[in-house]
Ligand binder design. Structure first.
Ligand code: B4P
Length: 192
């Protein structure tokens, strides 16, 4: 079992690197951003509540994402491992995830933290917004809100995982393949 938290600010490359990690290690991808966008597309009450917050660049309530993650873990007892992409984003979410995984004796082994500076993040997200249709990617002010939410609420998680000896910082600037190779080296160093 290989359980990884893929961490980083909005636009750091979490979704991009997740795809490559899934292909290489056969892990189950759990992206709370994707799950929330699926709820929005389905027009559910949960999705409508999430959309109001996401469109402003704010985090959705902890209880909402914790419940989504819990139901996904519960329905995949035979998974070879999970990539948590964009989750946890607050200390409360990280504590809830530890509880869920400790209950099944499959704790997080490492937290890959993609390090990318703010100007590069804004450029990447505005570029993606030109084609993705994501309403949170088209406006610089909203992108800055997302980065502020990250700095205020999510960044403290680096210390949370560092204290557990699980933090692996990775330079998130460079080609997608170069970054992927660095991630794979960090995984092998940690789990072999
Ligand atoms: P997410 O869907 O998680 O979105 P993200 O952080 O913006 O995307 P990501 O980091 O995966 O993007 P990627 O780098 O792949 O969250 C959206 C919203 O949902 C949040 O703002 C929040 O409201 C809500 N939400 C989600 N999870 C939550 C939670 N747990 N708690 C509360 N709220 C939650 O891609 C960015 C772009 O960069 C792409 O175009 C990509 O092609 C490009 N790129 C990637 N790597 C590159 C590289 N090496 N060089 C150049 N470009 C690169």
């Amino acid at each position: 079992m290989l359980n990884i938290v893929l961490f980083g600010p909005p636009g750091a490359g979490k979704g991009t690197q997740s795809e490559k990690l899934i292909a290489k290690y056969g892990l189950v991808h759990l992206s709370t951003g994707d799950m929330l966008r699926a709820e929005i597309a389905a027009g559910s009450a949960l999705g409508m509540e999430a959309k109001t917050l996401m469109d402003k660049g704010q985090l959705v309530p902890d209880e909402v994402v914790i419940n989504i993650i819990k139901s996904n873990i519960d329905t995949k007892p035979y998974a070879k491992g999970f990539i948590f992409d964009g989750f946890p984003r607050t200390v409360k979410q990280a504590e809830a995830l530890d509880d869920l995984l400790n209950n099944i004796q499959k704790p997080i082994q490492l937290m890959i933290s993609l390090e990318v500076e703010k100007a590069e993040l804004i450029e990447r997200l505005l570029k993606r917004g030109e084609s993705s249709g994501r309403s949170d990617d088209t406006n610089k002010e909203i992108i800055e809100n997302r980065i502020n939410e990250y700095n205020n609420k999510t960044l403290p998680l680096k210390d949370f995982y560092k204290l557990q000896g699980k933090l692996c910082p990775i330079n998130g600037i460079g080609s997608i393949d170069e970054i992927f190779n660095s991630i794979c080296q960090a995984i092998h160093a940690k789990v072999s």
